[in-house]
Design a protein around this ligand. Structure first.
Ligand SMILES: *[C@@H]1O[C@H](CO)[C@@H](O)[C@H](O)[C@H]1NC(C)=O
Ligand SMILES: *[C@@H]1O[C@H](CO)[C@@H](O)[C@H](O)[C@H]1NC(C)=O
Ligand SMILES: *[C@@H]1O[C@H](CO)[C@@H](O)[C@H](O)[C@H]1NC(C)=O
Length: 188
């Protein structure tokens, strides 16, 4: 009886080890960083588009004008440096909703959302092999935070200037985090 358990245990153990070794070697860090970049910007786009365009924030303080009225400058919240900065600081939390996986069909690395945009369990779960690894330094959040910390100023500017296609502008052109030939799925 105990022998059977031992065999069973060993089989499970070797299965787990073999799987993590195989998948670990398949991860290309550059590719992962590029996917994290694109997905973070995707999440930023969503967060910024949710800001009520009528919301304005005062910037630059208050001054009295020549007639004794208070003058203040207001900008839309979506262009406020402070507000954008807050969004950017929190955006990497969204990475917790993704797992690293390989498409079974072609072995391509993907950041797989566990729930869909409409809040359902992702129905494509059967189409991917989930990659397991416990190293927090390889986590999606870790890469996301690195990118956001290093490039916060630039990202704020891109949103303030309403730059078209920020994903490509930022991840490919400005930072080269993604290679120029990376076909960027607009549906991401
Ligand atoms: C791999 O397969 C997935 C889904 O089957 C597809 O979305 C993706 O574009 C494919 N990638 C490549 C590089 O073929
Ligand atoms: C993660 O990185 C930090 C600092 O770069 C380091 O101190 C820590 O040991 C690393 N953790 C692992 C599990 O590699
Ligand atoms: C991809 O790279 C090659 C060689 O660098 C270049 O000739 C080609 O135009 C690029 N394609 C795209 C879509 O950028």
């Amino acid at each position: 009886m105990s022998y059977l358990y031992l065999v069973l245990f060993s089989m499970v153990f070797y299965y787990v080890i073999a799987q993590s070794v195989v998948t670990e070697t398949k991860i290309d860090i550059k590719e992962l960083r590029c996917l994290v970049c694109l997905q973070s910007i995707h999440e930023l786009n969503k967060a910024v588009s949710k800001i009520d365009p009528r919301q304005k924030v005062d910037v630059g303080g208050y001054r009295l004008d020549a007639d004794g009225n208070y003058k203040h400058k207001a900008v839309p919240q979506a262009k406020s440096e402070l507000h954008l900065s807050e969004i950017i600081e929190n955006i990497c939390e969204t990475m917790d909703g993704y797992i690293r996986a390989l498409w079974k069909s072609n072995g391509t690395l993907t950041l797989f959302p566990m729930v869909t945009e409409t809040g359902q369990m992702n129905p494509n779960m059967m189409d991917v092999d989930v990659i397991q690894d416990d190293d927090l330094n390889k986590s999606l959040k870790y890469y996301c935070e690195g990118i956001m910390e290093e490039h916060e100023e630039n990202i704020i500017k891109l949103y303030q200037e309403e730059t078209p296609n920020i994903k490509v502008q930022f991840c490919v052109k400005d930072t080269s985090i993604c290679p120029p030939n990376k076909s960027i799925n607009e549906e991401l």
